[in-house]
Design a protein around this ligand. Structure first.
Ligand SMILES: Cc1cc2nc3c(=O)[nH]c(=O)nc-3n(C[C@H](O)[C@H](O)[C@H](O)COP(=O)(O)OP(=O)(O)OC[C@H]3O[C@@H](n4cnc5c(N)ncnc54)[C@H](O)[C@@H]3O)c2cc1C
Length: 496
């Protein structure tokens, strides 16, 4: 029998992981990528002799029994040059002139912070217990439909999408400074007190408490490895191939048009880009009703990111085996004001004289330049980026006073850059914001109203490398069945 042909739109992590799973399971896979390289947010890029990363700084939970281990074992991504961050302090949170360490392991994490906040011993116990429990329930995501599980298992996970992360933090921790500290490493999601579900906060933070890892030589290695494996499995990964429409017949997706020209026929189409962009590929579709379009159009996006990739002078030797999150004394971590930078993540590159400074930046701050072509946005855009770099340097200068004197060259990017390179709507760093007040609307299913068209990627469930990997399995389960995939992933033994 002829194998089914699956066309996947987008060769970011989500699209490539789906391509990996489906090609491994005998399907004919074609991945189409708009950019001239694969990777989307996981692209690495070279400036001079320095290799910078776009949207990969560190991941959590790579050791056996931890959140990402089973998934990465399946995807063949464990044997890359992973570098474990300092177990005693993988993240340092600096608030004003005080500094706090996040240590690996739930017990050590709790004990380290209890030393700084002895009066919060019980609160920290409850906090870490909840995060740990959420992590232990991660394999429930892959339970085949109808599985009888321990009482309350599914309810536990589902209910956390409908609980407020901020309320949980306030109910558990009374000291306002400790609340800030526990929120202080969360530039890896948008902390919004009105929307952020406890599930997103807990699942992501928990994986880093388990263990935290950088990669030597760039995040691009993950996506290159997946693309190579798809090709070995007989699939294709094509770059500079922009899907300009999804073609349907009698209520079913039957293929895509590429670069407004070539038609590629498919039994299934998986769209691994932003769902608001997917709707633009289906403008005339009678299968997508107004109500679904309105729902997708109304979804809010997370903030974007301003990044200063800094090449340091030769021999600057500033490497630290951790991340440093520096906040102004009065920074409001649960509300990004969109004005001056208040919180900055410092990321180091092992073996290179380079650092990144990242701070949240809203689309509105750069929207005025969005209609201008890249590279020709004018002097005021250049000045805006210089101003942002200066703000970031001012935030971190107490903790890293030597940095300014070590700068050789600065390369900057804004949400406009992300929108250009990855077609991510408004350059949203983490895609669609999940909202605990309406989880049924903001957590999207891989299924769409158009038969044989599925969604995947960071916008559906959970963002980041962990969330995208989980979602790739959920999407492919629609075609292969969860029973098959749960067995291949050996989910039964994950927590053992
Ligand atoms: C600054 C930043 C830092 C981050 N740091 C971390 C981190 O340290 N750890 C972590 O776990 N996560 C991090 N993330 C999040 C993580 O990078 C993303 O969640 C993840 O890479 C998203 O993968 P994706 O496949 O869903 O989307 P994307 O990477 O956006 O991939 C979508 C792909 O689709 C392509 N595409 C779009 N439209 C079309 C079309 N019409 N035709 C063809 N191709 C198309 C795009 O070009 C893109 O390649 C970070 C993100 C950012 C922005």
């Amino acid at each position: 029998m002829k194998p089914k042909h699956v066309v996947i739109i987008g060769a970011g992590l989500g699209g490539l992981e789906c391509g990996y799973i489906l090609s491994k399971n005998g399907m004919r896979v074609t991945v189409l990528e708009h950019d001239h390289v694969v990777g989307g947010c996981l692209q690495s890029f070279r400036r001079g002799n320095t290799l910078f990363d776009t949207g990969f700084h560190y991941i959590g939970g790579l050791e056996e029994g931890q959140s990402l281990h089973g998934l990465f074992r399946y995807f063949g991504l464990l044997n890359l040059p992973w570098r474990k961050l300092d177990e005693q302090c993988f993240d340092e949170v600096v608030i004003g002139n005080r500094s706090f360490s996040f240590a690996n392991g739930h017990e050590r994490f709790r004990e380290t912070l209890t030393m700084a906040f002895p009066h919060e011993k019980e609160g920290l116990r409850r906090y870490t217990e909840v995060l740990k429990r959420v992590g232990e329930h991660l394999p429930d995501t892959f339970l085949p439909a109808g599985t009888v599980c321990k009482q309350g298992d599914n309810y536990f996970t589902d209910s956390l999408f409908a609980r407020s992360a901020y309320e949980f933090l306030c109910d558990t921790i009374h000291d306002p400074l400790l609340r800030k500290v526990l929120s202080g490493t969360s530039l890896k999601m948008e902390l919004d007190m009105d929307t952020l579900p406890l599930y997103v906060f807990a699942q992501i933070n928990n994986s880093y408490i388990q263990s935290a890892w950088r990669i030597d030589g760039g995040g691009q290695q993950l996506v290159d490895r997946l693309a190579e494996q798809i090709r070995i499995n007989g699939g294709q990964v094509l770059t500079s191939a922009t899907v300009t429409s999804i073609i349907e017949r009698e209520g079913k997706a039957i293929g895509v048009r590429v670069n407004k020209d070539e038609f590629i026929e498919a039994d299934y189409v998986i769209a691994a880009q932003h769902p608001q962009a997917v709707m633009q590929l289906l403008t005339d579709s009678p299968s997508i009703r107004k109500v679904y379009r309105r729902r997708i159009a109304s979804l809010q996006n997370s903030f974007g990111m301003f990044t200063a990739n800094i090449q340091l002078k030769d021999g600057a030797n500033m490497y630290e085996n951790k991340n440093i999150y520096v906040h102004r004394q009065n920074a409001d971590m649960w509300h990004v004001n969109g004005q001056e930078a208040e919180s900055v993540l410092v990321n180091f590159y092992h073996g290179q004289d380079a650092v990144d400074l990242l701070t949240p930046l809203r689309w509105e701050a750069v929207a005025q330049w969005s209609m201008m072509p890249q590279g020709r946005r004018g002097q005021d855009y250049v000045e805006f980026k210089e101003q942002k770099t200066e703000e970031c340097l001012r935030v971190v200068e107490n903790r890293l006073p030597q940095l300014r004197g070590m700068i050789e060259k600065v390369y900057t990017s804004t949400p406009l850059s992300y929108q250009n390179y990855t077609l991510t709507h408004h350059g949203a760093a983490f895609g669609i914001k999940k909202d605990y007040r309406s989880p049924l609307t903001t957590v999207l299913s891989p299924r769409t109203p158009l038969e044989n068209l599925y969604l995947t990627g960071q916008n559906l469930n959970l963002h980041g490398v962990l969330g995208v990997s989980m979602t790739a399995v959920l999407t492919c389960a629609e075609l292969l069945g969860m029973e098959t995939l749960a067995e291949q992933l050996d989910v039964k033994h994950w927590n053992k």
